[in-house]
Write a new protein. Structure first.
Length: 714
């Protein structure tokens, strides 16, 4: 049971399906707990009844309880209120749908303009998907300029008629206007009637040719649409009647949705939604007052348009061609729409957003001196993140020392942040000054700082495959970047030009066990997707492998002794030199004899091997031959040391195991990099300039192509 939510004895129902729909005006009134009449929130320091912070809507004050459910701030989610609009208003989110429906039905009798005799309409009725059916019916009806029906039907009487539908869907035969949208207005425009003769019109014009349709007028058309026609248009009349798309009652969200911020003891800063709702209530009251006072029609229209603007910008304040609703400071209001959409919105930012605790993120930098499964972690991160370790007889003394150090240990040491007792009480070591408070008992938990050897998960986004998140052992180091071995950059697709990576600290033994057994870097060296290594020797180490294994490479005694210092498994026995006189010299291949596991046998060819080269030892030293862990011949290159199938790393991983492959990759880098420090490799600017013969060939090719282009153009 989640401790954040109060216990309820009610059985939890199984959700079998979700039905989306539009709230009808009656449903909005039924779910409302209060009718909002005032734009003010507070009165004499308390929430104003029937105001935007009415106590029945819920509370954002710890000291107060909700007057509807009598729950406190933590338990009450809030309850909706409602505002009765002085006149119906367009909902900006449904405006295009309302336009499509208005073009599909008769402006006079609200019957669908097309009938079953229309082939396109008949084809549209076969479509089961309601959304697609509306599109096809719209295509069939948009060209109709007259309601299908007999001429003998009385146009005026058809509006209130409830007679059974006649042939051709019982239309009224009325001429249809062309309906368009201009901003937040809907405009109906009739075609100029054709004249018979002697200035005698075919039909008298019932209204002016072009008129702005109020939401009230559109509502009267949509209300007359029958439930059967709603079904044909792809709308379920039980959940989404077209007249519900016109706002008659505005739901008022509770204060927890739009909490205010206390600036100090006296002033309060209201949320943007509260500010906009206050404007809507004010303009709604102004419109109602003008209607009561019998104001002229154009005055009422202006007030209605102002209310329409504030309602539209309350839902979406980024409407094209419309000015932005702003605060007094000039800052645009953050509408409901902008809170939901885009990357930082409620859906992508919060509900789908991945935000976790016990994680760290910083820039990565290379470090060839650490193992491939190690991760250099800055002290600043290690002394901030924690791992909960249970007190046992085996670790109590060590944990006591960490508790004594506390959250601010001496340089080079780690400490602890919290003690969690068996009853769940959490003690913050920042505030425990007495040594008696540091007492530990078996079963307590100590949230200690990270230590060398702790297991963590390391991830680089985008996470495209399994090896985008792997397990590492941490090594606490100075400075502020994560240190990463170069061989591990390949599966992460990382480089060191400013990339940042994420570290996650497991918080239980079970998680640590999963990281250790399933996700550690050595276990991920070979990809199950392609059955080949995803890590190999790269950059300067790969170059060093090529140079050190050439036939003419010999190593002096002092350099070889220092190379042995980098070998972790050195047992004190120095291998015999290849040349004794006049001074002892070791070959570069002997360095690899130290680190290749003894059970490895391999025959492979270098990348530049020619088929003409045959024999036990090839003239160009291109046959890589390893027997019982000894490199007998061959020059190592990317084909042998890289990420190709059957490479030396692949064979070691398969034959000896992941840990042996990890040790081989680490030792190769340490030994070869040290040797490369003594035998540098560099190029000068002269190496980038082509020689005379190459330049001559280039010039000949350019001249030949110029001649060809001239001959083609002439």
């Amino acid at each position: 049971m989640d401790a954040r939510f109060p216990f309820s004895p009610a059985e939890v129902a199984k959700v079998r399906c979700v039905q989306f729909g539009i709230l009808s005006p009656d449903e909005i009134r039924q779910m409302s707990v209060a009718q909002i009449e005032h734009g003010e929130t507070m009165e004499r320091g308390k929430p104003k009844p029937a105001g935007l912070s009415d106590p029945r809507l819920g509370t954002i004050d710890r000291k107060m309880k909700c007057e509807t459910c009598m729950a406190n701030m933590a338990e009450c989610p809030g309850h909706f209120g409602h505002l009765e609009l002085a006149k119906p208003m367009f909902h900006i989110g449904f405006l295009k749908t309302v336009l499509a429906i208005m073009r599909c039905v008769c402006f006079n009798c609200s019957k669908i303009l097309a009938d079953e005799e229309d082939a396109r309409f008949k084809q549209a009725l076969r479509i089961r998907n309601p959304k697609n059916r509306l599109k096809r019916i719209y295509d069939a009806c948009k060209s109709k300029k007259k309601c299908a029906g007999g001429d003998d039907i009385d146009v005026q009487g058809q509006q209130d008629s409830e007679e059974p539908v006649k042939k051709s869907r019982g239309g009224c035969g009325a001429q249809q206007p062309n309906i368009t949208i201009d901003g937040m207005k809907m405009i109906a425009e009739y075609k100029a009637p054709k004249k018979k003769s002697d200035d005698q019109e075919q039909l008298p014009e019932p209204v002016e040719r072009k008129q702005v349709l109020s939401a009230d007028r559109v509502l009267s058309v949509l209300k007359r649409i029958s439930d059967e026609d709603c079904q044909l248009l792809g709308l379920n009349p039980k959940y989404a009647r077209p007249d519900w798309m016109i706002l008659q009652v505005l739901p008022i969200p509770p204060p927890p949705v739009r909490p205010s911020v206390m600036m100090d003891t006296s002033s309060r800063s209201e949320d943007d939604l509260t500010h906009q709702l206050a404007m809507i209530i004010r303009h709604n009251e102004n419109l109602r007052r003008q209607e009561r006072n019998g104001a002229p029609a154009h005055i009422i229209t202006e007030f209605a348009q102002l209310l329409q603007f504030h309602i539209a910008t309350y839902f979406d304040n980024e409407l094209p061609g419309q000015p932005r609703a702003t605060q007094r400071s000039g800052r645009p209001i953050k509408s409901i729409c902008s809170r939901l959409k885009a990357k930082e919105g409620r859906i992508r930012g919060n509900l789908m957003g991945k935000r976790v605790d016990f994680s760290a993120r910083t820039v990565i930098t290379p470090d060839p001196t650490i193992n491939i499964d190690e991760l250099g972690v800055p002290w600043s991160i290690a002394l901030n993140l924690t791992y909960p370790e249970t007190v046992t007889p085996y670790n109590i003394e060590r944990l006591k020392e960490l508790v004594e150090y506390g959250p601010h240990p001496p340089p080079g040491k780690t400490g602890a942040k919290y003690i969690i007792r068996e009853d769940g009480q959490r003690l913050d070591l920042r505030y425990l000054k007495k040594s008696s408070d540091h007492h530990l008992e078996l079963g307590y938990k100590v949230e200690r700082h990270l230590q060398d050897g702790d297991f963590v998960l390391f991830n680089r986004q985008p996470s495209l495959h399994k090896m985008s998140i792997m397990g590492h052992r941490i090594k606490i180091m100075p400075y502020s970047t994560f240190r990463l071995n170069l061989s591990v950059t390949s599966p992460y697709n990382a480089d060191f030009d400013g990339d940042e990576m994420n570290m996650h600290v497991p918080q239980s033994f079970e998680t640590r066990a999963e990281v250790l057994e399933l996700m550690m870097v050595p276990k991920c060296i070979v990809s199950p997707q392609s059955n080949r290594p995803v890590m190999g020797i790269v950059q300067d180490t790969l170059l060093g492998c090529r140079k050190i294994t050439k036939r003419d490479t010999f190593i002096e005694k002092d350099v070889f002794m220092n190379i042995l210092m980098w070998w972790e498994d050195f047992d004190g026995k120095i291998p015999a030199p290849a040349i004794l006189k006049p001074r002892p010299l070791w070959t570069g291949k002997q360095v690899f004899n130290l680190i290749i596991p003894k059970q490895i046998n391999l025959i492979r060819f270098s990348a530049w091997h020619s088929e003409a080269e045959t024999g036990f030892i090839t003239p160009g030293d291109t046959q890589v031959r390893i027997e019982k862990g000894e490199l007998l011949s061959g020059t190592l290159c990317k084909k042998t040391m890289g990420t190709s199938t059957g490479s030396l790393i692949h064979v070691i991983w398969e034959e000896v195991g992941p840990d042996a492959a990890r040790k081989f990759l680490g030792h190769t880098q340490w030994l070869v990099n040290y040797w490369l420090l003594q035998n540098g490799f560099s190029i000068g600017i002269g190496d980038t300039i082509a020689d005379a013969a190459t330049m001559e060939k280039i010039n000949e090719t350019i001249s030949r192509q110029r001649m060809m282009s001239k001959s083609l153009s002439s």
